[in-house]
Ligand binder design. Structure first.
Ligand code: SAM
Length: 251
């Protein structure tokens, strides 16, 4: 506590990402398809359908967690998807899905992704063959490696420090080559949060103005749209979801 009695700002390294509660997170968010998932999938599918099928050599999912649907969506356009994740429990879950086959609960997600994008492989298993689970975080990203990058509920959901949020978004942008494309989703105005009755995870509330302030100087062709708050999700204190697309400018 500070002398003023307020808790100190919690930074990314202050949380134990290895201990992410995968089972509870999946149960609360991804075991059934929520209306907000449909909205994110529709938005991201439109983004990937702008590329020729398998037209991207290498793409990134930053902070993949245990969420498979962003990986499914990328498989229509990308020949090699790096699912970058720092947390041991999330990484173990991802690797099990890739090695032993995806859990049945992901089937409806793939059906929707495939209906929206016929360029996706015939089966979810084939789509996941393009995914490589990689241990790492945003700080270690090489400059310009990827043709496109995706980030879902990460930069605003892993720190209370706006400077660190900005740095994480900057690393996300720099991960793609000049001309490379970006797609992302952010919880809108979400404060630090709990999953079930577990510990508090650090977050910084962001709105469209905050996203534009961070991405306008770093990108071109920026679009930001929003989905209404989803009442079928646990109460995270958010006001909805913000969806972003952008492009890293030529130097
Ligand atoms: C709220 S979860 C979102 C997971 C997933 N992307 C999704 O769509 O549900 C935040 C994720 O960011 C990861 N993370 C935490 N710190 C990170 C960092 N510095 N760089 C990249 N990912 C990080 C966590 O381990 C966790 O998987």
């Amino acid at each position: 506590m500070t002398t003023a009695g307020r808790a100190a700002i919690r930074r990314n390294r202050d949380a134990d990402w290895d201990a992410w509660p995968v089972a509870r997170y999946l149960a609360d968010n991804y075991r059934q398809m929520h209306p907000c998932d449909r909205g994110v999938i529709q938005h991201h599918s439109l983004f990937y359908r702008r590329f020729p099928p398998a037209g991207l050599a290498r793409t990134l999912e930053l902070g993949a967690g245990p969420n498979l649907y962003p990986l499914m969506l990328a498989a229509g356009a990308s020949r090699h998807i790096d699912a970058l994740e720092p947390g041991a429990a999330n990484l173990a879950y991802l690797r099990r899905q890739l090695t032993h086959g995806p859990e049945e609960s992901w089937t409806p997600f793939y059906a929707l992704c495939k209906a929206l994008d016929p360029a996706l492989p015939a089966t979810l298993g084939e789509a996941l063959n393009r995914v490589h689970a990689v241990r790492g975080d945003a700080s270690g990203l090489p400059d310009g490696r990827y043709d496109a990058a995706s980030m879902n509920f990460v930069a605003e959901s892993v720190t209370e420090d706006y400077g660190e949020f900005t740095a994480l978004c900057g690393a996300f942008v720099r991960a793609v080559r000049p001309g490379g494309r970006l797609v992302a989703a952010f919880m809108e105005r979400m404060p630090s949060y709990r999953i079930g009755d577990g510990p508090v995870w650090p977050a910084c509330p962001v709105d469209e103005t905050a996203l534009r302030a961070v991405f306008t100087p770093r990108t071109v062709a920026l679009t930001v749209s929003r989905l209404a708050k989803d009442p079928t999700l646990p109460e995270y204190g958010d006001t909805g979801i913000l969806l972003l697309t952008a492009e890293r400018p030529a130097p």
